[in-house]
Design a protein around this ligand. Structure first.
Ligand SMILES: N[C@@H](CCC(=O)N[C@@H](CS)C(=O)NCC(=O)O)C(=O)O
Length: 203
């Protein structure tokens, strides 16, 4: 059996990095196939949904859609709940992160003054509401979504917070989610996870 192959852009961000971190937390060694932006247009039509990431596993067609990939990794390697209702609760939160991306991503293609106005509107309403609903659904003892064990949902929440925490998204404060302690605890716990630390120390 060859190791799984993950295909994404050459950047430590968004959905691709989510899958990389999930694989490492799951203890899975993988082929980290990073493609150049210039190569993407020719490749796009060859993928199941015209988007990345893709996960390839022996004996199967390439799998797309990040949450499906994460749930598969989680189920196979014990980092997604076995209980079906608890799993669905995790998947609900995973979809909440995708809803955040759906709200913010259109502003990436905008230019000022449209971008500034759109992001200021997000900061005034959508983003604090997103954080409030995320916080409300992190109900366990922490630091992770479901207590003391990291699951694939935690990686998704980590990436959501990290998107803004570096202060690199114009007009959205780095502190946008700092008023949500359980959400921040998930972010920090994933950052401090030994597999995640090892991933970023790999050089
Ligand atoms: N619903 C998809 C969305 C995937 C997606 O939007 N991927 C982006 C990168 S994060 C992409 O492929 N962008 C290039 C394009 O759409 O041409 C998922 O969850 O995987």
């Amino acid at each position: 059996m060859t190791r799984p192959k993950l295909t994404y852009f050459d950047a430590a961000m968004s959905r691709g990095e989510e899958v990389r971190l999930a694989l490492r937390i799951a203890g899975v060694d993988f082929d980290d196939n990073r493609i150049k932006r210039d190569d993407w247009p020719a490749m796009k039509e060859t993928t199941p949904y015209g988007q990345l990431p893709l996960l390839e596993i022996d004996g199967h067609a390439p799998l797309a859609q990040t949450n499906a990939i994460l749930v598969l990794i989680g189920r196979r390697h014990g980092v997604h709940p076995a209980d079906d209702f608890e799993a669905a609760r995790h998947e609900g939160m995973m979809q909440h992160v995708e809803d955040l991306r759906a709200a913010v991503s259109p502003t990436i293609r905008m230019v000022d003054p449209e971008r500034k106005a759109a992001r200021e509107a997000l900061v005034a309403g959508t983003l604090p509401a997103w954080g409030r609903f995320a916080e409300r659904n992190i109900t366990g003892a922490g630091p992770f979504f479901a207590g003391d064990k990291a699951n694939v949902v935690d990686v998704k929440l980590h990436m959501a917070v990290r998107w803004f925490l570096g202060g690199n998204v114009d007009y959205i404060p780095a502190t946008i989610f700092s008023g949500f302690p359980r959400l921040m605890a998930v972010h920090d716990a994933v950052r401090e996870h030994p597999a995640v630390k090892a991933w970023y120390a790999r050089g």
